[in-house]
Design a protein. Structure first.
Length: 262
């Protein structure tokens, strides 16, 4: 099992210190936030990463705009920012860039009877935008990674099967899916079945327990990890959670805890 951790969770003041600490703790990947500062130092980051065994797993979001905004400028900015981050991913050797279609409720108008519902309109728009992202991903050898979120964070794309529907319609290796145990614990009736159904398109996994703490501090069953591994998944399982207490001690405990599943 390949373990990764979001950079903001790793002890250390500099990226070099964080990479060194991750190596000591038994991680093989680091998930980098896609803030503009990353792009400004992308060559420096690439050179630094070459000096460590820990490699970049993915770039997480960091883009502006909103893919589902009624304002064209906001949609264009979101697409262009994600395209830019796909370039960064290629530069540093990451798998791709995580993106979320939108946060909160619907923002587009109801255009019935042209579309049966606002959600149907949003899906048509999302497919069109994902085709743009996927073409760039294929060109660069990376992928845009669609993340379903729970119903309290977005109304659109809550379950893996809903993300899978978009990905299969686009039909490109430049667009893939990720799974997040925090969101799946809320939305999926059977996490193992959901992972099994979507496994061929899953390229990244986020780990957090039911209370957003490190795995082992809530009631989420992480046994479905074994299902995904049995399907041939060999990419990263990356922490996206809160860490209370001493991060070194807690991350060591996490590595020991999660090892029972893979």
């Amino acid at each position: 099992m390949k373990l990764s951790c979001q950079d903001n969770l790793v002890p250390g003041y500099t990226l070099a210190e964080k990479l060194e600490n991750l190596e000591k703790l038994g991680f093989s990947g680091i998930e980098l936030w896609g803030r503009q500062q990353l792009g400004e130092k992308i060559r420096e980051v690439k050179e630094l990463l070459a000096s460590f065994k820990v490699k970049p797993s993915v770039i997480c979001a960091g883009y502006g705009g909103d893919l589902m905004s009624p304002e064209k400028d906001a949609r264009v900015r979101a697409v262009e920012d994600i395209l830019q981050r796909l370039e960064w991913a290629r530069e540093i050797g990451a798998i791709g860039v995580i993106f979320v279609p939108t946060f909160g409720g619907a923002k587009l108008p109801d255009l019935s009877p042209l579309y049966q519902s606002v959600v149907e309109l949003e899906k048509r728009l999302l497919v069109a935008e994902c085709r743009i992202l996927a073409r760039k991903g294929e060109e660069l050898g990376v992928c845009a990674i669609l993340e379903p979120l729970n119903r309290y964070e977005t109304h659109l794309i809550n379950r893996l099967e809903q993300g899978l529907e978009i990905i299969e319609e686009v039909g490109s290796n430049g667009l893939k899916l990720m799974a997040d145990f925090f969101h799946m614990n809320i939305e999926e009736s059977n996490i193992s079945d959901a992972l099994s159904q979507a496994s061929r398109h899953i390229v990244h996994v986020h780990l957090a327990d039911s209370n957003r703490q490190l795995p082992g501090y809530g009631h989420t069953d992480f046994t479905p990890i074994k299902t995904l591994l049995s399907k041939g998944y060999d990419n990263y399982f990356s922490l996206e959670c809160r860490i209370t207490g001493d991060p070194f001690e807690e991350l060591r405990k996490f590595v020991k805890f999660i090892s029972r599943y893979g």
